[in-house]
Design a protein around this ligand. Structure first.
Ligand SMILES: [Zn+2]
Ligand SMILES: [Zn+2]
Length: 141
């Protein structure tokens, strides 16, 4: 199955085959500021099943070895890669063409959750991030 996503203006698009490796919410300050949003919903896919479509994204190195991709036209955040998470592309679940099908399974960096954000799900809530093996279904950035 091919899943697709796109930015606000539609110039930058992506697709991946198969299933996401993991799906979660992140409450860290970097993700918040990158998206100007109180939390970010992420999914991870293997690089070999991922491809950019349309206009290639621009890339901002937010810290050493961390690359955040965004649409060169409209500025929408589009992807995340890091040297310390080799082989994976992290995608913003809200960019999916059908974001309502996204099923997050845990929270990370929950210690940074904004106090005015109300969360009432029963998902596991972790402080910090998890182990990063691409094979770990809970592996995260
Ligand atoms: Zn765009
Ligand atoms: Zn984060």
């Amino acid at each position: 199955m091919t899943r697709r996503g796109h930015c606000l203006c539609g110039d930058t698009r992506w697709a991946y085959e198969g299933e996401a490796t993991w799906a979660c919410y992140c409450h860290c300050d970097d993700c918040r500021r990158n998206c100007a949003a109180p939390l970010v919903a992420w999914l991870g896919v293997p690089l070999e099943s991922f491809r950019w479509l349309g206009q290639p994204p621009k890339t901002f190195e937010s810290s050493k070895g961390v690359r955040r991709h965004f649409c060169a036209t409209c500025g929408s955040p589009m992807g995340f890669e890091a040297d310390h998470y080799p082989g994976g592309m992290h995608l913003y679940a809200a960019s999916l063409e059908d974001p309502e099908t996204f099923q997050p399974t845990f929270h990370v960096n929950y210690q940074s959750k904004l106090p005015w954000l109300q969360i009432d799900d029963d998902l596991p809530k972790y402080d910090g991030t998890l182990l990063t093996s691409p094979e770990d279904p809970k592996g995260y950035k």
